[in-house]
Design a protein around this ligand. Structure first.
Ligand code: PCA
Length: 204
């Protein structure tokens, strides 16, 4: 049985929590997924996050798919990212103080990867479950996109044809400022479980 590698991110930019970390740590405790998932919380660092996921994928051949979560605090829906771009462009530094000029993350490599998992179907299923969800065309130009790109680029040259998916999450409503974009923790937990199940079904 193939496992799914599931990643979240540590808090960044002075925030005290990252919902992706909380959701991933919760997934690791669920009996339904015991033995089927490997979880990891990544630092919000271009270099260290991509090095770590690469290391995990190279270390563990039982990993058959990768599901990554991160925070997109201006969004109100669970966003399934269609693309992973070979581009960094952000107004803020990462947690190592790196703030590269806009440019390629991996110079000379493919410009972008487009996800061919059935994202629209999954969005429809989530919507039927009462969970606001969407396909998003860009994961932005910061560490989430770069990490997603690093994984897609690595897996593209891998014989195992392992799929990956990046999912951006809104803030939890109970942790967001009044009126700020958010989505309830309960719905985000349900969405995360659904996506793990679908990725387990897609693992190769
Ligand atoms: N969100 C950031 C990086 C870490 C996270 O959770 C992003 O969208 O790039």
């Amino acid at each position: 049985m193939k496992k799914v590698l599931i990643t979240g991110f540590l808090p960044f930019a002075g925030q005290s929590v990252n919902p992706s970390q909380i959701l991933v740590e919760r997934l690791a405790t669920l009996p339904a997924f015991a033995g089927k998932i490997r979880t990891e919380i990544l630092p919000v660092s271009y270099q260290r996050a991509s090095d770590r996921v690469r290391q995990l994928l190279e270390m563990d051949e039982a990993i058959g798919a990768v599901l990554m979560f991160g925070l997109a605090q201006k969004r109100t829906k669970i966003s399934l990212e269609r693309t992973a771009m070979n581009w960094i462009e952000s107004g803020i530094a990462d947690e190592d103080g790196e703030k590269p000029e806009p440019g390629a993350f991996s110079p000379g490599r493919q410009l972008a990867y487009f996800n061919s998992l059935p994202l629209l179907e999954w969005v429809k299923e989530l919507t039927v479950m009462g969970i606001p969800a969407e396909v998003s065309l860009s994961a932005g130009g910061y560490v989430c996109n770069a990490t997603s790109y690093a994984v897609a680029d690595l897996l593209s040259s891998d014989d195992l044809q392992r799929p990956s998916l990046f999912v951006h999450l809104p803030l939890f409503t109970d942790l967001a400022a009044a009126g700020a974009p958010s989505l309830s923790r309960a719905l985000q937990e349900k969405a995360a479980e659904f996506l793990v199940t679908r990725m387990l079904g897609s693992a190769s």
